[in-house]
Design a protein around this ligand. Sequence first.
Ligand SMILES: [Ca+2]
Length: 462
Amino acid sequence: MRFLLACLSLVLAARAAADDRPNVLFCIADDWGWPHSSAYGDAVCATPTFERLAAEGVLFEAAFVSSPSCTPSRNALLTGQHFFRLGEGANLWSTLAPEHRTFMELLAGAGYHTGHWRKAWGPGSWKASGRTTAPAGEPFDGLSAFLEARPEGAPFCFWLGAHDPHRGYELGSGEESGLDLAAIELPPPYPESDVIRGDIADYYYEVQRFDRDVGAALVLLAERGELDDTVVIMTGDHGFPFPRGKTNLYDLGSRVPLALRYGASVEAGQVVKDLVSLVDVAPTLLQLAGVPQPEAMTGRSWVPLVTGEGGSGGERGSVVLGRERHTVAQRDHGGGYPMRGLRTQDWLYIRNLRPDDWPAGWEAPGSRPFRDIDNGPTKTWLMEHREAHPEAFELCFGKRPAEELYHLASDPFQLKNLAGVEHAEVRARLAAELEAELRWLKDPRVTGDGEGFDLWPYRGGR
Ligand SMILES: [Ca+2]
């Protein structure tokens, strides 16, 4: 039997060597959010590589992560399943049980040479679940080293990760590099502040550094004559690490840049307005590689969208968003601040499951205040100026009602909650739609076992 299996794997390997399956270059920044790219009209954050991918392939205008926190976002992306289907993997600093297969593992099983550079899965301990292979392949010291180790003729899937633009930043690096602070569009509700402008410029500096890294990888593939045989995806794992960004279901937290290029196989210059989720990455890559999509993967392949078969007029109705525990910021029970949301083209509807808690944790002497918001100059400035700018402070740090509803055309940054004020019919319709989606997806918060999320260990220390 073992001999037969060995023969079969030799046959498959030979077929892989002769096949025309695409290579994959998956590029993901850490904390790079929408709309921080020149491709989306940002006047200061120049990302020529991302613009090139969009011009030579597809620019997605409405891409969202499953959960705006590193580990659950990456778990969802790798497994093609929403974060809440992944047990402990729904939380930051967690693990990923071996039964949740990742696209990297499935491609490796199909004969692909796989590996990653810098930040891939995590943070957390994937070994803690009993898993014996890394969820995003073995580490390599860059694309060149990875390609040197590639078996003759094998297609590859390389995860180009980064720690950019995660905090901390070198203070003043953005301005020193020549970025025009005065031209930065401050996202509401931030008040005018040179400190906030400088902080955003430092974030942009790291976004641009990531863009250059991806650019170098494209040059390398082009020199080897392999660029047009490679599916290139470039995105981020959630929104920017600023108050009301990362860890929030607002667009600044959950919406990300996304572009895809695949030589002549995907028509250049397309703009997809449809709502897509990064849980769709795994099904998309598996379909392109000819690997069957496991039943557990609930994401939807983008192949019909980008090949024109599925249209691109914004037909996809909604995406599901959510969050469980980020840091251990809830001092009373040690759990998270559970939220679920539904984003349509016209509305954002949010359910906050524990409205009595502080969304980012609270302030207490001797502990890091509002722990779920990364420390940095913008956070500090907003806290120090809370009396002068109480509305901004409240929107960034304050408690939230059980339901939020935002009308995107009149309120693109989602500042004016209409739930309970007007549009009761819309609220009821979206609440029912969210409930139905979560039930279909078997979310433990809906099917009755949601307390488990609060009980898993926090593998980041305390
Ligand atoms: Ca991140």
